[in-house]
Design a protein around this ligand. Structure first.
Ligand code: DCT
Ligand code: MG
Length: 442
């Protein structure tokens, strides 16, 4: 197996390529094509559909459980299970014997034991977890928008056993996300389908182009990786001429006029040069980057949601915006209301709105605005998966001695960032073979 490598300087491109592309031979699968297995998940293809679905799903139960149990935000145990899951997802053959995983990094003794037991037909540890009431409640409560493990634990300590208990309480969090999340829990638990995400993106693209011609509108997140459903719609924007300032508030004002906004919160960019090199500090809201963004809940017309499931091709990189056929309204219409936070203080309470008759469904939406110079790094980051990002960033640090974020790729030796003019260039900068979004599903 490959040992952890010391950081290397990018002087000899070929030497580096050779080093980083070194692969592990898969035992028990000798043949003409000699499949090989890379140490880093970002060097492997991890498709959505693979041959080891059962094992991956079971390992992710252990991951989830460890994430919820571990105090002090020590996710190392959880991550160990996730890495093992990631290995089986990209493994070239169906795992039928645990020894097939000998010599493969990231399948530690614990994961190996579990895989062995699962292959024998019974894993006591997983069986106990899935039958644990506490775990059921944690999964249920952390499924509420705005509720993390610590709030979920508090709710369990209060003796709450159902979402209804939280909905009926007069003492829930003041956080707007939790209030609206609870009121619209049924809507939000119903997964967003890919056709719906694509249609919503088209609407956004049309409106965005009216506000700022030339704007780039890209659906990211799981849908860009080819997922058929997801928990939200993540849309990334940029403008090649660097004219993005003020765009998001205008877009939100426009969407409010179209009666498509339920609630949300606008965050200004908190980017500064140090973000590129310093240890990644989460922003106030626990976000992973410093882009200007709007996180909220939109109202999607029911007919948009229930359309047929046409498969829309996955795209890479910049898309040409659709031609504008409608007349462009006067820009005055789009003046942003002078408020930083677009919170939910309507006349009606969230619960009244949720239970009223309505022809729309509530959907979680993230809008992210990236400066053009950072766009392709932002695109890789917001495409994910989360685990693919973790692996890319760790690889970047350990193998290249560079820092990768959604804002850029920083070289500690020269103190400079390496620009990228396409997603392919991001991978080239990282000395990695390009991975199509559909193969980043680790
Ligand atoms: N992301 C990340 N780290 C996180 C959260 C998100 O790197 N802690 C990135 C990867 C995916 C992207 O942001 C969008 O996030 P989500 O919507 O949470 O993920 P998703 O893959 O789109 O999942 P879903 O299909 O459930 O929305
Ligand atoms: Mg998503």
């Amino acid at each position: 197996s490959i040992k952890a490598r010391k950081p290397v300087e990018i002087q000899d491109h070929h030497r580096l390529l050779r080093n980083t592309q070194e692969e592990v031979h898969v035992e028990g699968n000798e043949g003409a094509s000699e499949p090989r297995f890379s140490e880093w998940a970002c060097q492997r293809s991890t498709p959505l559909k693979h041959q080891n679905d059962f094992l991956a799903t079971q390992l992710e139960i252990l991951q989830k459980y460890a994430e919820m149990k571990d105090e002090n935000h020590d996710y190392s145990r959880a991550l160990a299970f996730r890495r093992a899951s990631c290995v089986v997802k990209s493994f070239p053959i169906t795992v039928t014997n645990v020894n097939q995983l000998n010599g493969i990094n990231h399948v530690g003794p614990h994961s190996k034991r579990v895989i062995g037991e699962l292959l024998d037909g019974y894993c006591d540890e997983i069986n106990r977890i899935v039958n644990e009431e506490w775990f059921e409640k944690m999964k249920m409560f952390t499924g509420v928008f705005g509720v993390g493990p610590s709030t979920a634990k508090k709710w369990i300590e209060r003796g709450w056993t159902s979402i209804k208990d939280a909905q009926e309480s007069t003492d829930i969090s003041k956080d707007w996300r939790v209030q609206w999340g609870l009121a619209f829990h049924d809507d939000l638990m119903n997964p967003v389908k890919s056709n719906e995400a694509y249609r919503f993106t088209e609407i956004i693209q049309t409106e965005a182009e009216k506000i700022l011609p030339g704007i780039v509108v890209q659906l990211t997140g799981g849908f860009r990786r080819g997922k058929h459903q997801g928990h939200d719609i993540d849309i990334l924007f940029t403008h090649p001429n660097g004219e993005e300032t003020g765009f998001l508030p205008k877009l939100l004002t426009r969407l409010e006029k179209l009666n498509m906004v339920l609630c949300g919160s606008h965050e200004s960019s908190s980017f500064h040069e140090k973000v590129l090199s310093e240890d990644f500090k989460l922003t106030a809201r626990g976000q992973l980057d410093h882009f200007e963004k709007w996180l909220g809940i939109c109202k999607l017309p029911k007919d948009l949601v229930s359309g047929d499931d046409a498969q829309i091709p996955l795209s890479n990189g910049l898309e040409k915006c659709t031609e504008i056929k409608e007349n462009v309204d006067s820009l005055d219409d789009y003046e942003p209301k002078a408020k930083k936070q677009r919170k939910c203080h309507g006349d009606n309470s969230p619960f009244t709105i949720a239970t009223s008759e309505r022809d729309w469904i509530a959907r979680r939406v993230d809008f992210i605005m990236s400066p053009y110079s950072q766009y392709y790094y932002a695109l890789v980051g917001w495409t994910g998966s989360k685990q693919f990002n973790r692996d890319l960033r760790l690889y970047s640090q350990k193998v290249l001695n560079r820092k990768l974020t959604s804002h850029g790729f920083y070289d500690f030796t020269t103190g400079k960032t390496l620009p990228a003019n396409s997603e392919t260039e991001v991978f080239e900068n990282l000395n990695l073979q390009y991975q199509h979004p559909k193969n980043r599903n680790c």
